[in-house]
Design a protein around this ligand. Sequence first.
Ligand code: DGL
Length: 285
Amino acid sequence: MADASRPIGIFDSGLGGLTVLRSLHRRLPSEDMVYFGDTARVPYGTKGARTVQAFAWQDGRFLVSLGVKLVVVACNTASAFALDDLAARLPVPVLGVIEPGVATALARTRGGRIGVIGTRGTIASGRYQARLAARVAPDRIVARPCPLFVPLVEEGLVDHRLTEMACREYLTELRDASIDTLILGCTHYPLLKPAIAAFLGPQVELVDSAETLAGAAESALRSAGLLRGGGGQGRLDFYLSDIPWTFTEVGARFLGKPITDVTTVNLDELEGEGRLDLARKGDDT
Ligand code: DGL
């Protein structure tokens, strides 16, 4: 099983995790990578913890069935609700986006006033806040869900006055609290960096966990002896549970280049026996 030539698996609720794939591919260009986007069941950010845990388990298990050596949970909401469960149950190392984002924010903050934005689920989970609170006083942390940011990005309205209005609505509280660092706790938010920076000003450092995660993945693979040596370009394979109407444009926007070849995964196949396992586990808790 310990074979460095196996691919890295990355999953997300949809196409947003392609921002994470992009950073990983830039950092580890010779690694093969398999991306799974659960486009049939996106969004995860509005759903309850048990549903997200069930979906994340099925997504992770699917990647393991393809023989990956590491599972990267690109979705912040799935990282918030399901990372511990996946790490305990999957037979390969699992990395999420929350720890790397928190580590970077703590390293970069100058005044120790940190903001975090994400989906409703991510913010309600309290996971970012709890990790930050280990090092920063809770009254110096400002957390805010920004639910309209995901559809604005999906619609390509990143440079539009609707996005400016949403920034004003969501970020005024963070600006008034004089944060110096803001964690972009959602796969989609890196695409809003210019709009967010324009609203908050240059004194606020924006932390994109996708960048730090790539470093964490490299270290995890190196310490497990699973880093693929040699040069060459790794292969990228894409699996989706649905092909959305806007797939071509949205996919290219997140990945930075068009996605040419996609395999569709049937939901029945994805849900399979895992649903029974989870129902049993849920009944015990
Ligand atoms: N991928 C999700 C996240 O990073 C955003 C989209 C969704 O709500 O599923 O939290």
